[in-house]
Write a protein that binds this ligand. Structure first.
Ligand code: GLN
Length: 481
């Protein structure tokens, strides 16, 4: 039963084929048996999971499709009474006093928490190698990364260690790991899902979304977590439709743009071939394919990294060794508490964020770096708006290449940043994106197709994604672990 989609599991629960306790226990057994190989979970919440499952069973009706369904949460989502580490030494023993709003919404629907999953420290990275708790391995090849920053989420979904997972995507952290592990990964529009209680990286970019086994499942999860929150002023009052009504099986009348800049230098030929084949499938389903151009894409990486590192450096300022974080035992005075706690508590990528961000924001450099990048951001948004006046969705590869080997890029931060080239534009522009399984490399590594849409047009992603999924079998392939 661990390989069931949410809607299938819901059917099983409703018809009493199995109980939520049985389903939950099956996942807990699977985690126990296989996660030693993957390292996707930081904390497994055995007892809480079984209690929540019992509660779902005693309610008995399973009217909400997520009732009694076991999930994992990226370990930057605050859970009251349950350690939330941001995969860092800084927050190694941090137990939040409250739940993130997104977790409260999921609890309200009756979901079951299996545990907290690994990620790059404070969600900074593209491989989960920046976790204080060690890398999460790719279930398709244990020598390779599961992607990042939400690599624990993608590995746990792909290897059936949960039914779905909640992650965050600032510049690719849901879509890229979903692509590398062969699952469905949904980045929402900025503000579509509340961020309250989710540990911040770059506050004007961060979004909370989901990993799932099918496009329909991603829509079911979004139905529960989307919408204005009185606890997060950045969630606008945009109506939340029932996203499942957009799960189309044909694409008649749908216009799909192919932005040539996403198929250029640095993108593996094998990956492009897979996506081109995917585009043919969409065409066969009735979509009209239109070539489009987004010339500012070439500035996406520098603009993105200047902006997120600036915002990130200010978000990291709160970890001063005193309030709720790691405190050094080597300090003689207050200044040393700050300096040594931060030195000991943060990993290399977080330190790079602080250095780069502080530099960009400093007097004299602000205009040259931060402000310039902010202007590029405004221009890029305009460019995407113009393209989305012509098309309903864009199709691109999600990642320029399949999963890379553990250790390959860890000493070369620029190469790691470049891996995000196809996912950062949606982060910059606050757009939603969906990565769906689209094929495999010759060596058997998953390749994902990215669908992008205009802001708050998540329904377009579901329409295109579902039609593609129904016409292909890639999402049914499972790693042998
Ligand atoms: N790798 C990108 C970064 O470090 C994206 C991370 C993310 O989306 N959280 O900024």
């Amino acid at each position: 039963m661990i390989n069931l989609s949410i809607s299938q599991a819901n059917e099983g629960l409703k018809t009493k084929k199995f109980s939520s306790v049985e389903l939950t226990q099956a996942y807990l057994d699977r985690i126990k048996a296989t996660d030693e190989k993957l390292n996707s979970y930081i904390t497994v919440t055995n007892e809480i999971a079984l209690q929540q499952a019992k509660k779902a069973d005693s309610n008995g009706v399973f009217e909400n499709p997520l009732a009694g369904i076991p999930m994992s949460l990226k370990d930057i989502i605050c859970t009251a009474g349950i350690k939330t580490t941001a995969s860092s030494k800084m927050l190694e023993n941090f137990v939040p006093p409250y739940n993130a709003h997104v977790y409260d919404r999921l609890l309200g629907a009756g979901s079951v928490l299996l545990g907290k999953v690994n990620c790059d420290q404070f969600a900074m990275g593209s491989s989960t190698e920046h976790s204080y708790f060690g890398v999460t391995k790719n279930p398709w090849d244990l020598e390779r990364v599961s992607g990042g920053s939400s690599g624990g989420s993608s590995a746990s979904v792909a290897a059936d260690l949960c039914a779905f997972s909640i992650g965050t995507d600032t510049g690719g952290s849901i879509r890229q790991p979903a692509s590398l592990c062969s699952c469905v990964g949904l980045k929402v529009s900025y503000g579509r899902v509340p961020r309250e209680g989710v540990i911040s990286y770059a506050s004007s970019f961060d979004t909370v979304g989901t990993f799932a086994k099918t496009v329909e499942d991603a829509a079911l999860v979004l139905n529960v977590i989307a919408g204005k929150s009185e606890r997060d002023a950045t969630t606008p009052d945009v109506k939340v439709p029932d996203y499942t009504q957009f799960l189309k099986e044909d694409l008649n009348g749908v216009k799909i743009g192919i932005p040539k800049e996403y198929y250029g230098e640095g993108v593996d030929k094998e990956t492009i071939d897979v996506i081109n084949k995917g585009v043919e499938t969409l065409k066969g389903l009735g979509a009209e394919i239109i070539d489009v151009s987004l010339p500012l894409t070439k500035y996406a990486i520098p603009a993105y990294y200047l902006l997120v590192k600036s915002e990130g450096s200010t978000n990291m300022a709160r970890y001063d060794g005193i309030k709720y974080s790691h405190t050094t035992d080597q300090a003689k005075d207050l200044e040393e508490i700050y300096m040594k706690s931060r030195k000991e508590g943060f990993g290399d990528e977080v330190k790079r964020t602080i250095m780069l961000g502080t530099y960009c924001l400093s007097a004299g450099y602000y205009d040259a770096f931060y402000l310039k990048a902010a202007k590029v951001r405004a221009l890029m948004k305009k460019e995407y708006e113009e393209v989305f006046a012509q098309v309903d969705a864009l199709i691109t590869p999600t990642s320029p290449f399949p999963a890379f080997k553990i250790g390959d890029k860890i000493d070369d931060p620029l190469a790691m940043y470049a891996a995000d080239i196809l996912t950062v534009p949606a982060g910059i522009c606050g757009l939603p994106g969906l990565s769906v399984p689209a094929g495999f490399s010759a060596s058997g590594l998953p390749i994902g197709m990215q669908i992008l849409a205009n802001q708050y047009k998540e329904e377009n992603l579901f329409a295109v994604g579902n039609a593609f999924e129904k016409a292909t079998e890639w999402h049914t392939k499972k790693p042998n672990i």
